[in-house]
Ligand binder design. Structure first.
Ligand SMILES: Nc1ncnc2c1ncn2[C@@H]1O[C@H](COP(=O)(O)OP(=O)(O)OP(=O)(O)O)[C@@H](O)[C@H]1O
Ligand SMILES: [Mg+2]
Length: 236
């Protein structure tokens, strides 16, 4: 008899009662109230909410860029609390591609050098690195711009380099913070088509946005307000 794939086989990232508070001076801000969330293989999850609603905080918890104040984050069933810094860094490098809200490209490095950064720590031959970098750049339509510095690229092109950098190490989870913020309609469609193809190929993709145009590409949508998930739409 064929064994059915269980729900848990599909879950790649999970937040269990995870919350995040920040302290600045005497003030304590709850950026994210207690949240349960699963991100599954093959889905494109959209997280929509107004500015300050906790979207980047939520994505950073899934991406293990921030630790939760309470609760826990599991990646492929591993509770990240049980990992030391080195193990956590290894898990992040292997499993998670993060496109930050402010691209975070390194300004003195060209497009191809920026994309190479995550590969440097993996022991790959120079030729393999070059090939992977060119593949990732071509995927976002910037094969011709590998020698360009970030300042020589438009905002949208920089965003596409940041996406290529997140893809190059072939992570199972791709997290994008406002990936289409500075893109025109046509580039937005190119980027979103690429991200939904990645989800169809079995990656788990979570995208944070203000942009309601992205709704058409989502398998599931979470609406955030004041640090809480107030609504969820769609289920695969
Ligand atoms: N490092 C920090 N220190 C203090 N407060 C923070 C910090 N990071 C976020 N916050 C606060 O937590 C709340 C949620 O922030 P977050 O960046 O998650 O919002 P967001 O939904 O991503 O907003 P935007 O759409 O403007 O990017 C905000 O009130 C913000 O000021
Ligand atoms: Mg944000």
């Amino acid at each position: 008899m064929l064994k059915e794939t269980s729900h848990s086989d599909q879950v790649v990232a999970e937040l269990i009662g995870a919350s995040k508070k920040f302290k600045s001076g005497n003030i304590e801000i709850t950026a994210l109230h207690k949240t349960d969330l699963t991100l599954k293989k093959g889905e494109l999850l959209l997280i929509i909410g107004p500015s300050g609603s906790g979207k980047t905080t939520l994505l950073s918890l899934i991406g293990c860029v921030l630790y939760p104040t309470k609760g826990c984050v599991c990646i492929h069933g591993i509770n990240t609390k049980e990992l030391n810094d080195k193990e956590l860094a290894g898990l992040r490098r292997k499993e998670i591609g993060f496109v930050f809200q402010h691209f975070n490209l390194i300004s003195p490095l060209s497009s191809e050098e920026n994309i190479m950064v995550p590969l440097i720590l993996n022991k790959l031959s120079k030729d393999t690195v070059k090939e992977k970098v060119l593949q990732a750049l071509s995927l976002v339509g910037l094969g011709q711009r590998k020698k360009s510095l970030p300042k020589q690229l438009s905002g949208g092109e920089q965003q596409r380099v940041a996406i290529a950098r997140a893809l190059v190490s072939d992570p199972s989870i791709i997290l994008c913070d406002e990936p289409t913020a500075s893109l025109d309609e046509e580039s937005m469609e190119v980027v979103m088509k690429e991200l939904s193809d990645l989800a169809d190929s079995g990656k788990a993709v979570a995208i944070v946005t203000h942009d309601f145009r992205l709704k058409d590409y989502a398998d599931r949508i979470l609406f955030l307000e004041n640090g809480r998930v107030i609504e969820e739409k769609g289920e695969r």
